[in-house]
Design a protein around this ligand. Structure first.
Ligand SMILES: [Fe+2]
Length: 194
């Protein structure tokens, strides 16, 4: 399966996040996983991809997939720095490159979970019904040879990870993810106090 979407286009929309990964090999594999997801999702237009909401579960109020991905990555970095800059000694290992890569990849499976209808609206795909994005995303990451730790992050960042063992990066990305998702859900229910 091929796609007219160019690798450079994916590198472009992820540029701010990719620049935070020091290991160039890891950076390249993050893009590999996205290219695989772009192909598997059958995406043919960057415009569609740029307009894709990051979730179908609530009104995203104009926050697209790329904005969400970068906000979660930056949020997880902030959570990590809170501890790194405060504790005299970190009580558990933290890999900043893997944290950034995991943040950028945590929702990569959504490229096969969400699809555009002919009328321009969005729906869950058949692939998405069969396997939610943490599962499909983890498979993409494993297929392109990303480290198992990042597979853990993608697989366990949402409800699939409840009660499951996790690396620290997964814990931080989970919290950053829900810190961006929950306020939108609360807002739509009239539970977010303005
Ligand atoms: Fe997310």
């Amino acid at each position: 399966m091929t796609t007219p979407i160019q690798r450079t286009e994916i590198e472009g929309v992820l540029a701010e996040g990719l620049a935070l990964i020091k290991d160039t090999g890891l950076r390249s594999k993050v893009v590999d996983a996205y290219m695989l997801a772009v192909q598997e999702g059958g995406w043919t237009s960057m415009k569609d991809l740029n307009e894709m909401p990051f979730t179908l579960l609530t009104d995203t109020r104009g926050i697209n997939f790329w904005d969400h991905t970068l906000a979660v990555t930056r949020g997880a970095i902030g959570l990590a720095k809170g501890q790194l800059e405060t504790y005299k000694k970190m009580p558990y290992p933290l890999d900043m490159d893997r944290l950034v890569a995991g943040g950028l990849l945590h929702d990569v499976g959504k490229l096969v979970e969400i699809e555009r209808k002919p009328d321009g609206s969005w729906k869950k795909s058949r692939k998405g019904e069969l396997a939610r994005h943490p599962i499909s995303g983890a498979i993409f990451c494993a297929k392109v040879g990303l480290p198992d730790d990042i597979v853990n992050t993608v697989a366990c960042h949402a409800k699939e990870g409840e009660g499951a063992p996790k690396v620290l990066e997964t814990v931080l990305i989970h919290q950053a993810d829900f810190a961006t998702f929950d306020p939108l859900v609360m807002q739509s229910k009239g539970q977010l106090i303005a």
